[in-house]
Ligand binder design. Structure first.
Ligand SMILES: Nc1ncnc2c1ncn2[C@@H]1O[C@H](COP(=O)(O)OP(=O)(O)OP(=O)(O)O)[C@@H](O)[C@H]1O
Length: 362
């Protein structure tokens, strides 16, 4: 199943013109405040009828201006999860969850209450009322309710934005399971690069009403041209990796296509596929293989491109094996090293710069 969006719409002075696809898995709709994310979600949900264009899901039109097709929200079969769970306070968790089933069309197949409760770790909460749940638990119930409506896709609009860091960390593994165990397109609206890096297979970057970039997360996040939208301090790459071994001194060794990475101990048996977020500001560059250096991670690579920033910095994109890394260094250093496209380079990454939360199941 794939969501295909291609429409234009004007609201006041703001012109929206977007085209992108969201296949099964998580597609992040990322952009600054006012970029148009909510307007896109509203158009998909049927709350906004664009001036022109089409929105289709699995080949079926939800909206088609030329064909005068505009399915009402309830017939679009989308599951929504909002920032605030919007649960019914007077109903139990079980009743909140089964409420979603009322919207499932007759004969629609999908997961059962038990399987959804298991997937999201809700089983022990079923007889409680929402008032007594933590923010993270409430969001899990909201996701469960959406799944039980047997949706053809999920729309998640900043589902973690109202949660503190601890609650976010609690819910992220459930979102990973959802991504891995349900075959649904999930459009995940977020302005958090950390969440996008951790969850999304594909990223659509919205800027001022248009798509600035869309593609696989590894490519979009490591694109030096996206640094403006992503933010200097958040810019970085996502590398696919495999757990190789856990060492007795508390380090985990990961295999990446360009070599090995040693990180603080992370979960996962050898062979587990993970993804690692490496921030551009945590990568140093050297022209020759450094010796006598404390950093454990030294990956040989090749400069792909250099992009000057507004200040003294330059963003360097490096190919290490099949992967792309970003390094943020000063222009002075880039000149001193004589960095140029296609030139050989060594990327140096400090082990302790990578937090456990930067490594996630892929
Ligand atoms: N009904 C409207 N009439 C005129 N302008 C509107 C209307 N609705 C939204 N806008 C404008 O459209 C732009 C995009 O808004 P939108 O809410 O889609 O952005 P967003 O990326 O979701 O932002 P945020 O993350 O802050 O919610 C904004 O400039 C907003 O002021």
């Amino acid at each position: 199943m794939s969501l295909e969006v291609d429409f234009r719409h004007r609201q006041g002075d703001f012109a929206l013109a977007v085209a992108f696809d969201a296949p099964d898995g998580i597609t992040a709709l990322f952009g600054r405040s006012g970029a148009g994310k909510t307007s896109v979600v509203n158009a998909i949900a049927g709350l906004l009828a664009p001036d022109a264009g089409r929105i289709t899901l699995g080949g079926t039109a939800l909206f088609d201006r030329a064909a005068r097709c505009n399915l009402p929200t309830w017939r679009r079969r989308l599951g929504y999860v909002f920032q605030d769970g919007r649960l019914f306070p007077h109903l139990s968790v079980r009743q909140n969850m089964t409420y979603g089933q009322r919207f499932a069309p007759r004969g629609a197949t999908g997961p059962t209450l038990d399987s959804v409760a298991e997937l999201l770790g809700i089983a022990p909460l079923l007889d409680r009322r929402p008032g007594g749940l933590s923010g993270g638990e409430k969001q899990r119930v909201a996701i469960g309710r959406a799944l039980l409506s047997r949706p053809r896709m999920l729309l998640m609009d900043e589902p973690l934005a109202a949660l503190d860091e601890a609650r976010k960390a609690e819910i992220l593994p459930y979102l990973e399971r959802l991504r891995d165990e349900t075959a649904l397109p999930i459009l995940y609206v977020s302005h958090s690069v950390a969440e996008v890096a951790r969850l999304a297979s594909r990223v659509v970057v919205l800027e001022n009403g248009h798509v600035a970039r869309a593609g696989p997360a590894e490519q979009v996040l490591s694109d030096p041209g996206m640094v403006h939208q992503i933010g200097l301090r958040e810019a970085g790459a996502v590398l696919p990796a495999t757990v190789a071994r856990h060492h007795a001194d508390g380090l985990t060794e990961l295999a990446v296509s360009g070599g090995r990475l040693f990180l603080p101990l992370t979960k996962g048996a050898p062979g587990t596929a993970v993804r690692v977020r490496v921030l551009a500001q945590d990568v140093m560059l050297a022209r020759s293989a450094p010796v006598g250096l404390s950093a454990l991670n030294i990956l040989p690579g090749k400069v792909v491109s250099l992009r000057d920033g507004d200040g003294p910095g330059v963003m360097v994109q490096i190919a290490c094996g099949d992967d792309l890394l970003l390094a943020r260094i000063t222009r002075r250093s880039a000149q001193a090293l004589g960095l140029a496209p296609d030139g050989p380079v060594f990327a140096v990454i400090k082990t302790v710069a990578i937090a456990r939360s930067d490594v996630s199941r892929s």
